[in-house]
Write a protein that binds this ligand. Structure first.
Ligand code: ZN
Length: 240
């Protein structure tokens, strides 16, 4: 079946996008504020792999990836400088994490953190992981997407956050603004139809028929969409 399929996504500050695969090629559909999406979701199956801009489809039923295409997430740590950080999700969900130092700002935005603090620098990933484990005794290392949806349209409890930072002597503090200005918490729903309000980490915020929705981009991966849904975008890029 030569369908059009959502095969992946990009998060991060520069180019949030859906990666839409058609007959082996991959198109980036930008998720910038104001962009219109009109992609009713069809069947969902394994999203296959993307390699060097080419899509290799797979029709196995596992979603977003079948067993064969599930990437192995066993972490490997490089011998380079790592940062240990605390991240805050409004109002009072705080987590600890590590990342290579040069990726810190990007990593925090990928997760959709509202605030963060760099609290420790380690010479290697292994050492950073040890520090993370110690701190993880008092707070989680991961925050569920449901919690992140709940943090939309909320603000960080500064008192609680500052109290936590007092215990960890921050090296640098971060305060992120995703430009969403939401008055109400969006409805959690897996859709790709509506006007893009913005993205916050893996969450795509869409406005459709007067309601604001939050969709986990990962939940869109693997869905077939109608070919015409991306036609406007292709035309605007002069792809024909
Ligand atoms: Zn597969």
């Amino acid at each position: 079946m030569a369908g059009v399929q959502i095969a992946g996504y990009h998060t991060g500050p520069d180019d949030p996008a859906l990666l839409v695969a058609t007959e082996g090629s991959v198109e980036h559909v930008a998720l910038e504020p104001g962009a219109e999406l009109s992609s009713p979701l069809g069947d969902r199956y394994c999203a296959g792999t993307i390699d060097d801009g080419a899509h290799y489809p797979c029709d196995r039923p596992g979603t977003p990836y079948c067993e064969r295409h599930t990437r192995d997430w066993a972490p490997t740590y490089a011998e380079e400088e790592y940062a240990v950080y605390l991240a805050a999700f409004a109002p009072t969900t705080f987590k600890v994490g590590i990342t290579r130092s040069w990726r810190l700002d990007t990593r925090l935005r990928e997760q959709g953190a509202d605030r963060a603090a760099h609290i420790h620098t380690a010479a290697s990933g292994e050492i950073a992981r040890e520090v993370e484990r110690e701190i993880a005794a008092e707070m989680p290392e991961a925050v569920r997407v449901e919690r992140k949806v709940a943090s939309l349209a909320a603000t960080v409890d500064s008192e609680a956050w500052d109290a936590l930072l007092d215990e960890h002597a921050p090296i640098e503090r971060f305060d992120f603004d995703y430009g969403l200005a939401l008055k109400e918490r969006p409805v959690a729903e897996t859709i790709a139809t509506g006007t893009v309000v913005g993205t916050k980490g893996r969450l795509l915020i869409l406005e459709h028929a007067g309601t604001t929705y939050a969709t986990d981009l990962r939940d869109l991966v693997g869905f077939e969409i109608a070919a015409e849904a991306t036609r406007d975008h292709q035309a605007s890029l002069g792809a024909f």
